[in-house]
Design a protein around this ligand. Structure first.
Ligand code: DGL
Length: 285
């Protein structure tokens, strides 16, 4: 099937998932939406993240996508139910594939998860691991400083190493043998994290696991693209693209092209959706 795959994230981070998808599924056309005007999602409430995720998904549905990839750990942790309930195409998040890999690979039943504040407090990884491997213990650690450090490009930097030490020390103390990188930005810190936790703790990249899950879903539903794909991948953002192009190229590991700003407010108006502030005010009166 020649239709594209839709992918969304709160901003730039989902490009680490795009990188894996491009590697595993080179014949597929990808349409990405990065909600750079409303990033970060990781410190927002469940209600708001659900609303944003539905709006992002609706934007991508305009392109007749055959499947939707929620390439954001925060949205996958908090909005999967709402997306699955409202959409009639396959929806693949990053949490369940990451949790499944950790549940399969742990040897001592102690799994650590790092992510944004919203991801960790949602307990989404814990719930999925409980379901798959009830004897496993899950230790969560929010690491809110890591997203800005990665976007700043401080990947091999003393400040980042000290920050990682501080965040990861409790997980090492708890003797986890498996650590889920539960945020789109963390694959860029894989080496620094591996050096901090040591060789005895295996790292799980939830984006990489999600790309494998997407491949499996396309195959199972027989909706892979079997034609030659000459169409370029397309990247939409809700704020000016300059920073997305610059930082995003690092995330993707290659130069980003075909980036376009969308007037998201206009899209939401056309969708008949009340603006965020209108809605919050109505609900909070
Ligand atoms: N993409 C988000 C995630 O994976 C990180 C950035 C944000 O907080 O929006 O959780």
């Amino acid at each position: 099937m020649q239709k594209p795959i839709g992918i969304f994230d709160s901003g730039i981070g989902g490009l680490t998932v795009v990188k894996q998808l491009m590697h595993l599924l080179p014949g597929e056309r990808l349409i990405y939406f990065g909600d750079t005007a409303r990033i970060p999602y990781g410190n927002k409430s469940k209600r708001l993240i659900e609303q944003y995720a539905m709006e992002d998904a609706r934007f991508l549905l305009q392109y007749d996508v055959k499947a939707l990839v929620v390439a954001c750990n925060t949205a996958s942790s908090l909005a999967m139910d709402v997306l699955l309930k409202n959409l009639d195409i396959p929806v693949i998040g990053v949490v369940n594939p990451g949790a499944a890999a950790a549940a399969r690979l742990t040897r001592n039943n102690r799994i650590g998860v790092i992510g944004t504040i919203a991801t960790i407090s949602s307990d989404a990884y814990r719930h999925e691991i409980d379901r798959l491997r009830p004897e496993a213990q899950v230790v969560g650690q929010p690491c809110p400083l890591l997203v800005p450090l990665v976007e700043e490009g401080w990947l091999d930097d003393e400040i980042t190493r000290l920050t990682l030490k501080r965040y990861l020390h409790p997980l090492i103390e708890q003797q986890v043998d498996t650590l889920i990188l539960g945020c789109t930005h963390y694959p860029l810190l894989e080496q620094a994290i591996a050096e901090t936790v040591g060789a005895n703790i295996q790292l799980i990249d939830s984006g990489k696991e999600a790309a494998r899950a997407v491949k499996e879903v396309l195959h199972t539903l027989n909706i892979e693209n079997r034609e030659v794909n000459n169409n370029p991948n397309h990247f939409f953002v809700s704020d000016i693209p300059a920073r997305f192009e610059e930082v995003g190229s690092r995330f993707l590991g290659q130069k980003l092209t075909h980036v376009e700003r969308v007037n998201f407010d206009q899209f939401l108006l056309a969708l008949g959706s009340a603006s965020f502030s209108d809605r919050v005010m109505k609900e909070e009166v």
